[in-house]
Design a binder for this molecule. Structure first.
Ligand code: ZN
Length: 54
């Protein structure tokens, strides 16, 4: 399951949630801190490429 990072716009808490794509599409994400549904997904680029010197 992919991990998504969210920020609650009500209390400012940043949390990660492991969601299936379906759950993600349905936006069933609530803040674990205050229970608000007003959360925004943070775009976290996965920097997996390392600059290898060969
Ligand atoms: Zn919150």
């Amino acid at each position: 399951m992919p991990l998504y990072e969210y920020e609650c716009t009500s209390c400012g808490k940043i949390f990660t949630a492991a969601l299936s794509l379906r759950e993600h599409d349905e936006k069933k994400v609530i803040c674990p801190g205050c229970g608000s549904k007003k959360v925004e997904q943070l775009i976290t680029p996965f920097i997996a490429k390392t600059d290898r010197k060969s």
